[in-house]
Design a protein around this ligand. Structure first.
Ligand SMILES: [Zn+2]
Length: 51
């Protein structure tokens, strides 16, 4: 059965500007034009966290 997309960010784990990306560990989180934190390397965003 379909499970849907996996959570990429554990509950309670908050992204912060300048922190190392918790997914790819290859870049630092930065704000995009919509004030969402995004990883410029792998595209991880805080908006993609499970709600
Ligand atoms: Zn990343």
């Amino acid at each position: 059965m379909a499970v849907g997309q996996m959570c990429l960010i554990r509950p309670g784990e908050r992204l912060r500007e300048g922190m190392t990306c918790p997914r790819c560990h290859a870049a630092e989180m930065t704000y995009d034009g919509m004030l969402n934190l995004v990883c410029p390397n792998c595209g991880l965003t805080e908006a993609g966290a499970c709600t």
